[in-house]
Structures are given as structure tokens and as C-alpha cells.
Ligand binder design. Sequence first.
Ligand SMILES: [Zn+2]
Length: 367
Amino acid sequence: MPTPSTAPRPRPRTRSAAAPARPGRHRRRGVAALTVLATLAVGCSALRTQDPAPAPDRAAAPTAPAAPPADAQAAGAQAAGAAPAAQAQAQAQAQAQARAALAAMPAARPQAAAGQELNGRVSAAEHELALQQSLAAAHRWGLAALPLRPPAPPAVKPELADGPGVKRAPGLPPVVYRVPTTDKVVFLTVDDGAEKDPQFAAMAAELGVPMTAFLSDYLARSDYGYFRTLQAHGVTIDNHTLTHPDLRRLGPDALQREICGQQDRLQQETGTRPRLFRPPYGEYTEAALRTAASCGVTAFPLWNEEAFPDHLEWRYADQKFHPGDIVLTHFRAPAADWKGTMPDMLRRVVDAATAQGFAIARLEDYL
Ligand SMILES: [Zn+2]
């Protein structure tokens, strides 16, 4: 995994990343839900008759073009501070977008919603609103299909014994490439912290895709606030050292400083002490495992697949995900070896997972 050699490129912050704007969300939800219901009654009726399982030919679905969210953001900004006429126009535009999303999306619905018993009119309206929001978000970000919802987290985490996908020496944290599970889930992990793309934060928040960020302080520290925003939307923050060294070259004091120093730093910046540690370049020693364990680390997740904006690198010859696979990617800006944006990368991972019948789940629910 390369370390970006360039300094993080300053980028404009958008409102959606810094503070997603949903004014009066709870107060207005019931009314808005009924409005949307009335508008979309025909589409919803059609959806209710569909099987929630992913279509087997989802992989063959045409890839939607990258849909920049500019128009949707403009509509939101308009509604936030504009006159009633402009608000009505923005609302009509939003409803038209939701209808277009319904028409364009393959039929699917979140598993949780499919099995939910609905009590009364308002909860039914909220249910439908949530579905419409999921569909609209998926459409807005150019996904080929609605992402699959992961199953409920396992009541007992998988045992991490030495075996396929797991290396474990007695008394030391396990090194995990693939979590032992039969659930059709994969885990997305994002390393380093150089690029702080507000569009990526907005996309992650709107789609609700679980992720784990492994941060190296020398790259993340220019704006830990960005990562706190991700954290507020469900991204877990974990440890990737202070300065991204090759741990095989470090003595005991340096190991302590790099690993445990970043434990302390992240606890200070995020309010949570990490449990997971990813060694830079995937390289580690027994001393590194022992040092990490001494300051609160319980596992070293590595990876099987690696995601880029324009392709995926597969671990196995069948070029497919397997249950429990950990997927690596990076906080990167477009570059010669990174042909696209972080939203391009996320779109590619989510679409590949959905097409193969996998949901993206939270690594910390399993490790
Ligand atoms: Zn790294």
C-alpha cells in the first residue's frame, strides 16, 4: 500500500460534509413522509410487491454514469434559505428526483425494512420515507442498485483461531485477512488519511456504508475534524501509526512511540481508544504485535482485496468477494495511479459487492 508522497491537497469544504443539513428533521418528518407517500404512491405499491433479494443478474445491470450531486445540493441549499415559491420549486424538484430514482433503480428494498412490522400510519410513512431516501441517495451517487443491508451483527464474534484467513500465535493479537464467517458480508477499510474529500464524507453519510479508517497521524493531523465528521456518521477510527514507518526496522522504543503514541493521539482526537491496528505496508513483527497488545490493540486486520477508483484488485483467481473479506483502500486524491475520486472508488466497491450479493458490514461488529 503506497504512501502518498504529496501533501494533502486543500479542497473546499461543503456544507454537506461539515454539517449535513437536515433542518427540523424530526419535527417535519411525519408531514414530509406523508407528502412523499402521496407523491410516490404508485411507485411504492410497485416496490412492495418485489422480492427483496438481489436479482441474480444484477452484475449485468448497466452501470449508471457517475452522477455528481451538484443538482441535489443546489436544491437543498435553495430550500434552506429561500422564499416560499423557491421552496415549492425545490420540493417539486426533489420529488421529481425521487420519482426518477424509482424509475431508474432496479427493484430492491432494504432487508431490515422488508421484515419490519409496521404500526400505524406514521411509522408506515417513515418506513416509506426511509426507503425513498435510500433509493434517492443511491441514485444521486450513481449506484447501479440499492446497496444490500448487512445482517444483524453476530451475537458472538467469530473465534479467531489460526487457520485460513487468520494468523495467530499464542498470546498475541490475531492477524486477520478474512474474518471467519458465513455471512455474505465484506468490510471496507480506508487507510492513511491524506485526502479529506467532503464529497466522500457526504456520500458515505447518505449511503450509510460502514467503514473503518486506519489513520496515520502525520497525514490525518491537518484536519482531524474531517475524520470526526466521518466518525459521527458511523465510520470507526483505528490506528495506523504516527508516521507510517516499516515496523520491521524499529526498536522497542520506536515501536512503543509509533503504535501506542497513535493510540493516545486518536483517543485524544476522537474520544475513543482504538482496538484495531493496521501495520503500514502490511508488515509487522512479533515485537510489534506484543507492543500493540500492551496498549489496547486486540487485532491486526490486513486485507484480501484492494479498491481503486477504476478497478478492484482481487485476492483470488475467481475475482470475487468471499464472506468476511477485508477490502483495503486509501484516502487518496486523483493521481496517475489513482484514476478518479474517492466517490468513484466507493461506488465501485459498493456496486461490486451488491452485484455479487454481498453487503458491506462493520468490521468492529465481527472483530
Ligand atoms: Zn498506509
